[in-house]
Design a binder for this molecule. Sequence first.
Ligand code: GLA
Length: 648
Amino acid sequence: MTAFYFGGDYNPEQWSPEVWKEDVALMRQAGVNLVTVGVFAWSSLEPEPGRYEFGWLDQVMDLLHDGGIQVDLATPTASPPPWFSLRHPDALPVDAGGIRLTHGSRDTYCACAPAYREAAVGIARVLAERYSKHPALAMWHVHNEYGTTCYCDHAAAAFRRWLQQRYGDLGRLNAAWTTAFWSQGYSSWEEIQPPRATQYLVNPTQALDFRRFLSDELLGAYRDQKAILRSFTPDVPITTNFVFGAWVPVNHARWAAEVDLVAIDHYPGSAGPGAEEQTALGADLARSWAGGRPWLLMEQAAGTLNDGHRLHTKEPGRMARHSLSHLGRGSRGAMFFQWRASRGGAELFHSAMVPHAGADSRRFRELTEFGALLPRLAEFAGSAVEADVAILWDAEAWWAMQSAHLPSSDLDYLASVQAAHRQFWAAGIGVDLVAPDADLSAYRLVVVPSLYLISDQAAASIARYVEGGGHLLVTYFSGIVNQDAQVRLGGYPGAFSEVLGIRVEEFHPVAEVQLASGGQGRLWSEHVHLAGADAVDRYSGGVLDGSPAITRNEYGEGVAWYVSTQLEDEAYEALVGQAIRGAGLERPELPAGVEMIRRRAGETTWTVLINHSEGEVAVPIAGFELLSGTEVVSPLMLAAGGQAVVRA
Ligand code: GLA
């Protein structure tokens, strides 16, 4: 495997052959070594049913190979051509309101429709037949960003099959879905529908199961293609690019086992410092999903950040800082969407490695400079990222918490995870994001942010971790429901009450709350009773005046902390600081605004430092700095926006 890949989505079907030649020359100039080709090229490859045009792709593959550039060849199944949907209208997606969508965009298919599944496997087979022996082929890129939801009759039938497997008999389903509420009892499987538009709130367990089902169904679609590609090229790695977002019905932690290389697309949803924190979280998630195997940042924006309203041009150096954050956190490269900015089509103003202005541009120069640095970093590509802390992450808990039935619409799982992750990001302490039922014994501290849903087994395994000497920090609104999204009775936080030594009687959603220590909380508070734990901080003022807000409990050989509100950053930092010290972890000396990542292979360590602040900083570190190729002595002076990778 190449140490670090550098490149992006290359869509030559949008351009003439003269441009292809310039593309390859510019790719060489920039140090590009891998491009993803053909992601949306189905109608260019098969303009009419069964009539294939491979001439252009043959030429592009040859040109790239001659230029020394490897190809991550995509199957184009995320965008079937118009002829396909006209032939198979039943394979078009239907939204929750029953409206059948049409072609004219992308992802206009239902992954449950037999015609679509067959066509997807068909085009994958044709591509494999033609290119399996091509010397440029380095990797297969199946589909693009699996995540399309459909509520059609094919989806309904597949959902029922999935439910039959999960529950066996209807009585169990009725019990799990609490269908006695609002007279929803099912007397035959055929009565069950996807959670389509209905008169008022949908059944939360039905909605949760539908997402679980979609994740498995889409995985089936991926597996179909993987099997075909594998049969032609047993040694070529196969992947698909994971997209991250609240709308995505894909459990990436589970899918990871099915890809040879975990690949993610990452587009922060903020232009401020949130972009750096989100970048780090995205990278830590990908590495954790990969579980020690390689992973790759398959897409990021070359030149802009989109906050949902505006495209913010990335300031000089910011693209490199984000890319280094990904590399530092384990990515085997920095890839972009896309190579050359489109002149038309839906994403014509999406930034690209070669912008509309052309190669004579700051953006292209910065990319070229960055590409030139990668070979200097190659030595740490295979080393491990150090992480003594785990934050629990669970897609199903996230989905369950998107329910419209919660006591406050401010409850936001991702925001709670981000708030926890930010503390460790700022402190320069490595974090993995692990599944609730994972083996936690390698971690000194485990943080559980707002894990609303948790199974009995996972809760028991976390309790054993603490009993055996582990340190645990649980935050508000955790442990509330079981895997059927049914409340654990007898007091919150149900699954964690014993290990935390507390019992929560009531929720008090609020705008703001004061703590006796002077700290502040937001959004949420709880009426906590001590049942063995000590109160570390208490609410001050309001209905909960004097009752515990933060608790600490010794359990077996370990310690379990609970915080019943969303702490403001300062108070959160103080609490995490206590938990870190309690767990015997060292907090590195790090100036504010500097990101730090530690890597290790045997006795050799590498420290990645990225100065996101606007001033020069001094970092106490010495060793060989890879980017400049020089020995550095302590303190290392890092200019605003500066980066360093120090081997010791
Ligand atoms: C995704 C897709 C790309 C492109 C980008 C735009 O990551 O995979 O095709 O649409 O988003 O941000």
